[in-house]
Design a protein around this ligand. Structure first.
Ligand code: FAD
Length: 381
């Protein structure tokens, strides 16, 4: 290896790439991050910053979420700066029959989640502006929130301060591969050599894998978010209705909407969330906007008097089994993937970074990552 070559190249300067790069740097590797745009120019800059354990069924994703949630707070200490990380807690409201929500909460409790059933009085104490007819829910104190763009930027600044490099505006167009082993990454700004590459290109991870002659079935799952004008504090936690959990888990390509509402430090209120698989169609859809707004006001009637400022949309990186892909490529050695985190990439990024670093270095990790292995899709396309 030439003297100035990095030990590892991370493709993607989103939250997953940022966390992977810092984790590898902290393990002693010299890391180069490459992105076709700038920091957080992909889905990380087009979503929300919820760090949730509440919306996950017991299983490997919940184990990863619980660890990641704690790692977020360690990360803030390591980076030594704030990215609006806040353990604000989540409130899930049962609009109709609460039995499915209560059953999920019971299973989650058995898996180590703090999930407190709340009656009407407690619910309205937590969220005084909630519709008076809503009378039952579950409070999840572990749910947290951050500002994902700021977090990616701060984390990458730390990587750079510790000797890493960022090559932005460099589109990856191919790989140098010899005897099925990665030797380098070919980009629009030249070729960079390293024996290790982490594909953290989110929704585009399948395209990157294909450039190496491999495959990953990652597809876009589009979502809209509405942003209101700054308002008085009407919302105190992340609040969503129990339909959200079913929508997250659904593999249906058609449009699904459920109500997710949360305040931000600047006073704006974020309203989501829609999900649909219609490829990379970035067009506006006023029907969805109207639906999300109506659902939000049915949860919080006070929002009827708050103006919408803007709407944005992004593409979640969707894998067919809703699990991220974390591990070495099934065909090309030295090519590692950490992608496909769908609607939970912000929450899951620090734990995913720990898993990929441990796997690369051959260390025992905090959990068995077999469920996330790229091998599960070998030959599937
Ligand atoms: C509406 C919406 C709401 C969401 N809300 C939440 C939430 O509350 N909590 C949560 O945890 N998650 C949420 N998500 C999901 C979350 O945003 C994603 O899972 C996460 O941002 C994925 O991060 P990433 O780093 O893998 O991908 P990205 O942020 O997309 O980063 C990938 C990077 O790869 C780069 N890239 C792609 N192709 C190439 C190439 N050929 N060459 C060089 N670079 C390339 C891109 O430019 C991009 O910067 C939401 C998503 C949406 C759309």
């Amino acid at each position: 290896m030439q003297k100035n070559n990095p030990d590892a190249i991370v493709i993607g300067a989103g939250i997953v790439g940022a966390c992977s790069a810092l984790s590898l740097t902290n393990a002693g590797l010299k890391v180069m991050i490459i992105d076709r745009g700038s920091v957080a120019s992909g889905t990380t800059g087009a979503g929300e910053g919820n760090i949730l354990v509440s919306d996950k069924d017991p299983g490997p994703e919940l184990t990863l979420a619980l660890k990641s949630r704690d790692l977020w707070f360690e990360l803030q200490e390591d980076v030594g700066d704030s990215f609006e990380l806040e353990a604000k807690g989540g409130v899930v409201v049962a609009r109709h029959d609460s039995s499915a929500l209560m059953k999920l909460a019971e299973h989650q409790r058995a898996a180590g989640v703090t999930a407190e059933r709340v009656n009407s009085a407690e619910l309205h104490k937590l969220e005084p502006y909630l519709h008076p007819d809503l009378s039952e829910g579950v409070f999840y104190p572990q749910d947290a929130q951050c500002q994902p763009m700021l977090a990616a930027a701060r984390i990458i600044q730390t990587v750079l301060a510790r000797g890493g490099q960022l090559v932005s505006q460099a589109r990856v167009t191919g790989f140098e591969i010899s005897e099925n082993s990665i030797k380098g990454v070919v980009t629009s700004r030249g070729t960079f050599h390293a024996p290790l590459v982490v594909n953290a290109s989110g929704t585009w991870a399948g395209e990157i894998a294909a450039l190496a002659g491999s495959q990953l079935p990652i597809a876009p799952r589009k979502g809209f978010i509405l942003v209101t004008e700054p308002a008085p504090q009407y919302i105190f936690h992340k609040v969503y209705d129990s339909d959200y959990v079913a929508n997250v888990a659904s593999s249906d390509a058609d449009l699904q909407t459920s109500t997710v509402v949360e305040g931000t430090r600047s006073g704006t209120i974020l309203i989501g969330a829609s999900r649909e698989r219609i490829g990379f169609d970035g067009s506006m859809n006023y029907e969805i906007v109207r639906k999300l707004a109506a659902q939000a006001t049915s949860l919080f009637p006070v929002l009827r008097d708050v103006q919408l400022l803007r709407v944005y949309r992004g593409f979640r990186p969707y894998a067919p089994d809703h699990l991220p892909v974390i591990g070495e490529d099934s065909l090309i050695s030295g090519l590692w993937h950490s992608a496909g985190h769908e609607g939970a990439g912000i929450g899951l990024a620090p734990g995913s970074a720990a898993l990929i670093t441990d796997a690369i270095l051959g260390r025992v990790s905090f959990m068995d990552a077999q469920a996330f292995s790229p091998q599960r899709f070998a030959g599937a396309l």
